[in-house]
Design a binder for this molecule. Sequence first.
Ligand code: EPU
Length: 340
Amino acid sequence: QGLVPIEENISLKPYNTFGIDVNAKHFVSVNSIDELKSVLALKNYPRRLILGGGSNMLLTKDQNALVIHVNIKGIEIVSEGNDHVFIKAYAGENWHEFVCYCLDNDFGGIENLSLIPGNVGTAPIQNIGAYGVELKDTFVSCEGISVKTQNLETFSKRDCEFGYRNSIFKQHLKGKYILTSVTFKLTKCNHKLHINYGAITSELSEMNITNPTIQDISKAVIAIRESKLPNPKEIGNSGSFFKNPVIQKAHYSKLLESFSEMPNYPVSEDEVKVPAGWLIEKAGFKGKRFGNYGVHKKQALVLVNYGSAKGEDILNLSKLIQKTVKRLFDISIEAEVNIL
Ligand code: EPU
């Protein structure tokens, strides 16, 4: 079996931010690309599940698979000029710790993505985004191991086909590669600030800051997130459970007749995006608690595990929410988290 010990019947509770207690039939944590390659070469584990920070999944049953925990660490400066730095972070680095490292070095571009749970290696898969910035805005390339050939391959930004909470790794390359590192291009000076997102503007003025640094923006984002989103260390959750749906403008205009205050973000000439949190709140679910699980009090887009909830219960709640939103608004909302 090589050098990496494969464990049996391991609880995945510490490895998913929802805090769901299910078992992995087999489990291995890999600390290097070579270890990952040797595990992938093992023939007797046909079913595999790749685990990064476990912050975007809902586990609904025991996993009859080899769960591979990608724990490859490291941050390297690839090259730098007067204005920019190319920085590479390995997949197992915690996302927020990487953001903090960049802020400590005054590298700008990802400060709006402060405090997003999860690891660097899974961030590109769903193109994480918050407060007017997405991962793709500073992304240069990523590397991944092909599950099939165990070769290390590089993907350019264009290869990744990024979209809203979407990339090629969620589409036709799903399950085919395990990302091992991501390279970003960040600014060393003349940082391009993104402060027009409503909540940031008001948070900065509350902080009495008129000329914000990237560190100030990070502080503002952290304050907003802490006020709205539950800390997974205290209350199990996976951030936004659903994506914000995109609907036809004609449909939206019709809905406005009954719901005149329904918010929207422009998407294209004939489409708008509607905040799912608003729809779910209108549907009466915000803050609803069903025993040890429910809908977060301050942000209806977030489903929470108050204690030892079963993944299946949370899944059923999500289906009830989807059905109710569909009935009330004729809008289908899609899960953002992976249901496993
Ligand atoms: N809203 C409500 N009720 C709620 C929640 C939201 O009416 O319970 C309304 C708000 O009043 C506001 C609008 O919905 O008008 C938008 O709310 P918010 O700014 O909180 O953002 P969001 O659209 O709910 C998205 C992302 C978040 C990200 C924030 C900030 C998705 C699925 N979610 O949420 O991402 O942090 O914007 O940029 O796109 C995540 O992906 O896990 C995540 C937390």
